[in-house]
Design a protein around this ligand. Sequence first.
Ligand code: ATP
Ligand code: MG
Ligand code: MG
Length: 385
Amino acid sequence: CRALPDSHETSLRKDEIPVHGLFETIVGVLGGGQLGRMLCQAASQMAIKVVVLDPQENCPASALAYHHMVGSFDDSATVEEFAKSCGVLTVETEHVDVATLEKLEQQGVDCEPKASTIRIIQIDGLEGAKRAGQLFGYPLMIKTKRLAYDGRGNAVAKSEDELSTAVAALGGFERGLYVEKWAPFVKELAVIVARGRDGSLLCYPVVETIHRENICHIVKAPANVSWKTRKLATEVAYKAVSSLEGAGVFAVELFLAEDGQILLNEVAPRPHNSGHHTIESCYTSQFEQHLRAVVGLPLGNPSMKTPAAIMYNLLGEDEGDRGFLLAHQLIGRALGIPGATVHWYDKSEMRKQRKMGHITIVGPSMSDVEKPLDSMLSAERFDSQ
Ligand code: ATP
Ligand code: MG
Ligand code: MG
């Protein structure tokens, strides 16, 4: 972590080959969680300088960033100050102060993806839960418009009687709510789509995401679905991202319905949990791709260089020391699996269901990567309590 130079190149001249350093543009990231950390890891390979803004002094990206400014990415003055040190501004979370980004864009600051994209992601849906219930039927999924992640902004109402409890569980109407019809999906799929500064779009292979209590738990790449489903999912994702503005990677979460229909769940304008496997399984990881896109380098190859990959999220199983112990036991086993890579985010506090790290196993077929994961998870764990 270093002090920043006073001035810097803000963009690449068209005729310039970006070899000095390798690249002079400083990438500012709003948020310094695990996504920011993995962006820093990818950046270090090409000596791209990443600076992060995060309120937590020892946030996961802090140790790896070129510079970490301690401050809130939801505070206008702080973001403006931070932007002065960056050639291009990007995000690892969509829960940022979008009004400030719009103001910065008017002042000529380069934001990728565009503030307009982040605004669309934040605002959605219908008003009037009861009316929606009458319209859609039950169960009804109620979601907060802002600050939702890992399903923490979602509550299900199975009948009209449950509406008020569900709304209360989300902290009332203050955060702004919207409702969705219950989607009786057979599988959840996701597609990462990258857009370069020249507008070119590339899609990563369709993956299957398996959620537990609304939190991403396992990702299988590629998804075990028909080619028709893969094609349709890719088309829907491509179309969704085409309608948004700005460079970077976007994650499109989809539901596969029993009749083969593909429904759009949400679009995250940033690297995403469903793309962590790309670090080991694709020619260009989603993190490197995001950096290439926002600084204006050519996009890399998103296809898989290994036939199969499975990603397992290390979610906090308990608070404190016991949580660490349980996670470390899994990690110890993973280190003995051929083709497995362990990622630990170095979060100082262990909490239940918190994303603490992940394990990716690559191999010659899905069953070859599923089997060692299953045995890693099913073996009994020593418990000191
Ligand atoms: P994140 O941004 O971390 O992916 P989130 O808090 O934005 O999560 P969603 O993606 O909206 O939450 O929902 C989390 C999970 O809840 C989904 O992956 C899905 O399993 C389930 N879910 C969401 N919406 C619906 C719906 N309309 N019908 C059925 N299940 C749903
Ligand atoms: Mg979300
Ligand atoms: Mg989601």
